[in-house]
Design a protein around this ligand. Sequence first.
Ligand code: ADP
Ligand code: MG
Length: 739
Amino acid sequence: MLGLDTHVQFVKGIGPNIANSLAAKEISTVEDLLYHLPFRYEDRLHPMPLSELKPGEMASVIGEVRGTVLLRTRSMPIFEMTVGQGISSLKCMWFHGTYLKDKFQTGQMLAVYGKVEPSRSGRGFKMIQPQVEVLPAGDDESELLEVGRIVPVYESLGGNKLTSRWLRRIVYNLLQELEGHVPETLPKALIERLALPCREEALRSVHFPPAGTPMTQLQASATAAHRRLIFEELFYLELGLELKRRRFKERAGIGFETSEKVREAIREILPFHPTTAQKNALGEIVADMRRPSPMRRLLQGDVGSGKTIVALQAMLVAIENGYQAALMAPTEILATQHYLAAKKLLERSSKRYRIVLLTGSLDEAVKKLNRSRIFQGEADVVIGTHALIEEKVEFDKLGLIVVDEQHRFGVLQRFRLMKKPSDAEPDVLVMTATPIPRTLALSLYGDLDLSVLDELPPGRTPIVTRQVSDERADEVWKFVREQIGRGHQAYVVYPVIEGAKDDQPELDFAPPEAEPEPMKKSGKKAKTQSLFEKPSLKAATDMYEALRAGSLAGLRLGLLHGRLDSDEKEVVMRRFQRGEIDVLIATTVIEVGVDVPNATVMVIEHAERFGLAQMHQLRGRVGRGAAKSYCILMTGGKVSEGAEERLAAMVRTQNGFELAELDLQLRGPGEFFGTRQAGLPDFRVANLVRDRALLELAKKESARFVENPDTEGTETEKKIVRVRLREAWQRRYGLVEAG
Ligand code: ADP
Ligand code: MG
């Protein structure tokens, strides 16, 4: 008897070969196949009359083959087909379409799907490279699936064999065979409260929507059937997170005390009045620290919102309780900067705090000494890079770990390495400058608590942001000179270190956008052209030389990039910090955290190549002092539509949350978070941007389920939920670790 957990190899129509291809797509069971949902639908019950086509829109059209021709143009063969409907017709074209030559016969019925474009003659429309499916004639079964209904279109699971049509049949047969045997996985109480269809019905309608299902809902994955499947997936994610958080709270941590003595120690080091947001965040953090269960808290705040001082105060609480506190930064520059800043602040105190720096590039001897000081308890504050976890540093009595993640989430899961097995669980505070929309953060990091700094320290003036083409570079350099003349400093940032040969972007994501190559000209010619005429990116080292000899001659320039060793980097950074460098020419190594309040200009060259988050981080390097600051986004070369959108957003707003929201929309959650890195789950039906409302619902419902074990499910249902939860977390969210 076929079940959801049956291996696909035993499904009729699938043998070992196909099973292998499917395995490559991570489909091994019947259930996997059924959760491979259509990515769009075609209404073949009410096909669109050609007269209703609108240029620029995507449309699916049913018609018959009226004629085909293979045009051998000088540049390439083009296959042309006329698809007719009554007295109207549509021209379809495929470049290099020789392979289609014998595929179609006049009179055959087709479904084509593509972008509607006006034809060259001005009469009628054409489609370029549309998707095409020959519709069956006569064969009962396939007719049932292919025409006269809303038809699912699937992403192919392999070559031109495991196509939409193949999937339709397989899935249809599976659903027939499984009728009445698709077990429910959500408790009845929940399903009824949310008015969701049962699982079997949902699967059936999502693949073969009943006539009358609104097409817009289908295309948006918003039908009741879709919602049910998406909700289910998110429910199990949130349920796991909820349980994890609860279990974690039961572990033994440290209950710090906040006596008057501790408070006095904090007051001594504070150089300014904290903002209300900083006070609130610290309040939340300290409340956690006082509790005997371990803290796992995310401190989220836009660039410049003043996270560091909040963290330092928390560290003092730990130290004043006789514990060690560690701060981990993502780069050596930042670790060093944190070290220097912390040292300066701690020196304001009448006490003698012992502070130690530990980064990978320190001398072995120094490292060894520092490690032993940490181990002997001769260091109160330890600041370092990932070397702190990578080199298995042992602490004497570690009470608090602050992880300055900036906009990376990589180490969220790994900090536990730092603890000796015998010790109480240290508290952990993760700082991030990625302003994830609050609800999303809460739902995703359900196992972390969240504090937000939603206010900038006083006295900041808004940063003036302008987008200019590098044809106006002269004006820009003149402006930079003016600012230096007033005693300020400037950054100039490039996407690469060295130009020419291997233009290696030093970006941590934003791949140079692949421009959809317009197919107008000869394909071949276009290729060779782009090989030779690829505009070389302006690079930091070259521009450093060029500017020094030219537009910025006479100013004190510095050069900073990732290939310098960390001593060199530190020297440059310190000179810039001390005002001994006027203009710092750099790659994005300066992007995170660097703090030089006297810098008032940020010039980003090739801004079209940068991601939103990155530009926002870079802009955050200026506007840190009282003087008016400027961010100049210089573009060189072609600016794609997406890049235009990013640049316009930068000019429009300085609000990190707003920009993050847009970034999320533009890039999608996978890239936004860097799925792998973040340990984010791979969803099979859910999409974190699109389904945010359902994510929140799932969070609420999962908490309710855990809190009300008596009313939310029968014993059997709870058992099913437990099994399902384990499966889901083992298979899909392995990276988040079910711990
Ligand atoms: P980020 O959140 O980006 O890490 P920082 O902690 O580096 O921000 O703080 C940015 C700048 O603002 C620093 O120069 C810091 O000294 C200053 N700052 C932080 N809090 C305040 C405050 N309450 N009042 C005045 N300046 C502050
Ligand atoms: Mg910071």
